[in-house]
Ligand binder design. Structure first.
Ligand code: FAD
Length: 365
């Protein structure tokens, strides 16, 4: 292909698609995807919720700025979280409240009666909690499709089945070699999710270690049927969380984190067993069936905050990686931050709480 692109984005998950949408027609964009379709990896495997506390205080400004945008777009529906504790988790519950004391996040005390009133069936000993009423479910498929649609309407060229295998800087351009083709672009964006460190190595960029961690999700059928409006129930010690799905279903995770090489991951039996054991000890439902299980990779930088900005070593190489377990709920603000940094523009007013220097790659130099 002889066309020279302004920006080549590597990876078409929520990070790459969101960025392409925010850049719109302000640049001539190539979106390269290794798989046959966008969203095959982490983006297509999430638990699909938006929570201001999830990811901690460093991530919260991006989450809080994204929420109203997702709401206005019709991508959210009310869920709420009941953070619950047994006797071992009381300190963690207090810590959670302390962590967000100086923020706009509202956490209010819950007792057993409050939890039961929302349909939460917990066993003896799970008596206290905190309500995070602002949590919402995200329609991830619709959001991702929306980003891709905006990008394509603005002229972005999406090329699937094109895994980037070589990056070479020559005469002020990146020569990009993929499994199918060769391309040329002025700048390259690393939105490769679990593969971000590998892509950075191809470019000779700063060797930031983005570690992929496997997380298991399980869909159970239970009785009695949990109320559809029941909140997500999260263990304060993060040994599990679960939330109701269609009909008599529950989505459950043992909140596992297994570091591993990037790959098309599948759940392991030990994690499924662990999840069921933890659920059965805390929750008072009968498990009728384990209907399906899946796993995905949540990829974190060393300080578990995302990485947005120009690489300090490789000219024209830009980071949009390390979205960990919060890449969907931060997607609008994260993508806008990346787009403004690439275009040299100021952040919009609705991102006033976000410090654009907080996520720079050179913090790992
Ligand atoms: C089980 C689970 C539950 C989660 N729950 C939530 C949640 O409730 N809320 C939330 O906000 N977040 C959640 N997350 C996190 C969220 O899914 C991720 O943060 C987000 O999807 C990351 O998006 P991404 O675009 O960076 O990565 P991905 O979606 O993995 O996209 C990266 C893309 O890059 C492509 N790629 C890689 N290397 C190359 C290459 N060399 N050339 C071309 N293409 C390449 C890959 O094929 C892939 O499609 C969850 C994640 C998991 C696994």
């Amino acid at each position: 292909m002889s066309e020279i692109f302004d920006i080549a984005i590597i990876g078409s998950g929520i990070a790459g698609a969101g960025l392409a949408a925010m850049l719109g027609d302000k640049a001539n964009i190539l979106l390269l995807e290794a798989e046959s379709a966008p969203g095959y990896h982490a983006t297509g495997r999430s638990a699909a919720f938006w929570s201001e506390t999830y990811g901690g205080p460093a991530v919260q400004p991006l989450t809080s700025a994204t929420g109203p945008k997702l709401k206005a777009g019709g991508f959210l529906s009310p869920r709420g979280i009941a953070h619950v504790a047994d006797k071992d988790g009381l300190e963690a519950l207090k810590q959670l409240q302390d962590n967000f004391a100086d923020t706009s996040v509202v956490l209010t005390p819950l007792d057993r009666k409050d939890i039961e009133a929302t349909g939460g069936r917990l066993k003896e000993g799970w008596d206290l909690g905190l309500k995070e009423g602002s949590c919402e479910d995200i329609d991830v498929g619709a959001l991702h499709a929306h980003f891709l649609s905006i990008a394509q309407k603005s002229g972005t060229h999406l090329k699937t089945y094109n895994r980037v295998t070589g990056l070479k800087r020559l005469d002020g351009y990146w020569q990009i070699k993929t499994t199918r083709d060769e391309f040329k672009a002025k700048r390259v964006v690393n939105a490769a999710g679990a593969w971000a460190s590998e892509v950075a190595a191809l470019a000779g960029a700063l060797p930031i270690v983005i570690t992929p961690y496997r997380r298991t999700m399980i869909q159970l059928q239970v009785s009695p049927t949990p109320p559809a409006e029941m909140p997500l129930i999260m263990d304060a010690l993060t040994r599990f969380y679960f939330k109701p799905e269609d009909g008599n279903r529950i989505w459950l995770t043992p909140h596992d984190e297994h570091a591993q090489a990037p790959a098309d991951v599948a759940p392991e039996e030990i994690d499924i067993a662990l999840a069921i054991d933890r659920f059965s000890k805390a929750a008072d439902w009968k498990i009728e069936k384990v209907e399906r299980c899946w796993a995905g990779l949540r990829s974190f930088s060393p300080d578990r905050a995302p990485v947005y900005g120009a690489d300090p070593l490789a000219e024209g190489f830009f980071w949009c990686a390390g979205q960990g377990g919060f890449g969907i709920q931060t997607s609008v603000a994260g993508s806008m931050l990346a787009a403004c940094l690439l275009l040299g523009e100021e952040l919009p007013d609705w991102m006033a709480e976000v410090d654009p220097t907080r996520y720079r790659p050179d913090r790992f130099r």
